[in-house]
Design a protein around this ligand. Structure first.
Ligand SMILES: Nc1nc2c(c(=O)[nH]1)N[C@H]1C(S)=C(S)[C@@H](COP(=O)(O)O)O[C@H]1N2
Ligand SMILES: [Mo]
Length: 441
């Protein structure tokens, strides 16, 4: 770094004459903390050019207050066995997300699949595949039964489906005013092929009474408080969703045992809805004659205001509605944000897009802060609720700092919003466009 840029005074001054020559090492060091919170006025464009390290050809299109994507990332070490490259949010309970560029595989390898634990997983050495059981019961179950994993495997047909599992709070870090909970950036999502038996086959085998409306799950993890009577989480879905073909009681992920933190040895795999309905370390399913009232089904949990509210408002429980299908969303998974790219080359872009129970029909990218959009190729999903890969190439008119923005449209015509959608008290369902920083040199 040059002597000139080392001055803490006046980023403006330092680059006033030659913003293009700005030193990249400036990121996260000499930059005043306020720059991470966005630039309030366009008059600070020079400062912004200094911070991103070069001139910004489409600067006039940048919305006020936009934090350059180049500065919006963070990297921290991580250390759960079998996982690789995840960003660690908490260790008790363990919560870790996947950086976007590690979601570039068509199906997320188990080592990159995010972890969202609400409690303490059952001790690994207490898990015995021979004695692990799944009980099917509840007031709307005709013949309650208990199955070992072997019995499930022998009695029912096996299926494999790719499912997108995304935490309802993915993207929460962007909400303003901030909301409580894990401050996920973009990576509390993954999609891979789960193998198991259909939930509907097992439920039907136990008899579904006519008054059945919902199912609920229970898992073997324990409450953080250590109180054995407290349930960590027990959520569910309406019968109509539970009886879909692509919903599994799964024992394998990408052809291997499910990773320990992702629910080994048995979990529910329900794509397209908040991943909180996919119960891990699964031990019991109840068929209910009313909306399941388990832990984190009631009150404000996994619920959105039924009508939009003013940011920061308090919303009464009666005005909160249960989240069902997740909204349309996409990621740019290649290249990694912050790369340098040669002006003479086309830049190849790859990504993923998904839309809850719907499909993604169209995908667009922009290199000029959303003024013009170019259509990308979207590939078909493997099955319902699997994410879809997309790809395209872009070229840049001149050297400088760019952002690539990506925007998906679902099969009902809904598009991702460019910036944060409706504020809600728990910071759920942020499906704003993903963006990456590209330095064209
Ligand atoms: N038993 C149990 N199941 C659970 C959870 C949990 O804490 N315990 N977390 C839920 C939530 S909130 C999410 S987002 C997903 C995360 O799945 P993953 O950890 O495999 O990524 O699991 C869901 N199933
Ligand atoms: Mo979640």
């Amino acid at each position: 770094m040059s002597e000139k840029t080392k001055k803490t005074v006046g980023i403006h001054e330092a680059y006033a004459n030659d913003p293009v020559k700005a030193d990249l090492e400036i990121f996260g060091r000499e930059v005043e903390p306020t720059t991470r919170r966005g630039f309030l006025k366009k008059s600070s464009l020079l400062a912004m050019a200094a911070v991103v390290g070069s001139n910004i050809p489409f600067a006039n299109n940048m919305p006020s207050g936009l934090i350059p994507a180049l500065l919006a990332n963070s990297d921290k070490p991580f250390s759960v066995e079998g996982k690789d490259g995840l960003i660690y949010l908490n260790d008790r309970p363990i919560n870790a997300e996947t950086p976007a560029h590690l979601l570039n595989d068509e199906f997320t390898p188990d080592k990159h699949f995010f972890i969202r634990n609400n409690g303490v997983p059952p001790e690994l050495n207490s898990i015995d595949l021979k004695t692990w059981t799944l009980e099917i019961t509840g007031e709307s179950c005709q013949n309650p039964k208990t199955f070992t994993i072997d019995e499930l495997k022998k009695k029912f047909k096996h299926y494999t489906y790719a499912m997108t599992l995304e935490c309802g709070g993915n993207g929460r870090h962007e909400f303003n005013p901030p909301t409580k909970g894990n401050q996920w950036e973009v990576g509390a999502v993954g999609c891979g092929r789960w193998t198991g038996v259909r939930l509907k086959d097992v439920l039907k085998d136990c008899g579904i009474k006519e008054d059945a409306v919902y199912i609920g799950y229970y898992g073997k993890d324990t409450h953080l408080s250590g109180d054995p009577t407290k349930v960590v989480i027990s959520r569910g879905v309406p019968m109509s969703k539970a009886l879909e073909d692509e919903i599994l009681i799964a024992w394998a992920y990408e052809g291997e045992d499910i990773p320990y933190h992702n629910g080994y040895p048995l979990r529910l795999a329900i794509g397209g809805w908040p991943a909180s309905v996919s119960g891990k370390w699964l031990s019991k399913i109840v068929i209910r004659n009313k909306i399941h009232d388990g832990e984190k089904m009631m009150g404000q949990s996994y619920r959105m205001p039924c009508e939009p509210v003013v940011p920061g408002s308090k919303v009464e429980n009666d005005n909160m509605c249960i989240i069902e299908s997740m909204p349309v969303k996409s990621l740019i998974t290649f290249p990694k944000s912050g790369i340098n790219h040669n002006i003479n080359d086309k830049l190849k872009l790859n990504g993923k897009a998904w839309a809850g129970d719907l499909k993604v029909d169209e995908m667009y990218v922009s290199i000029d802060f959303g003024i013009t959009w170019q259509k990308a190729k979207v590939n078909k999903p493997l099955n319902k609720t699997a994410w879809q890969t997309w790809e395209t190439n872009v070229t840049f008119p001149k050297k400088g700092y760019y952002e690539v923005w990506a925007r998906a449209t679902d099969s009902k015509g809904n598009m991702q919003p460019m910036i944060l959608p409706g504020w809600n008290p728990n910071g759920y369902l942020n499906n704003a466009c993903h963006r990456i920083a590209v330095q064209v040199v």
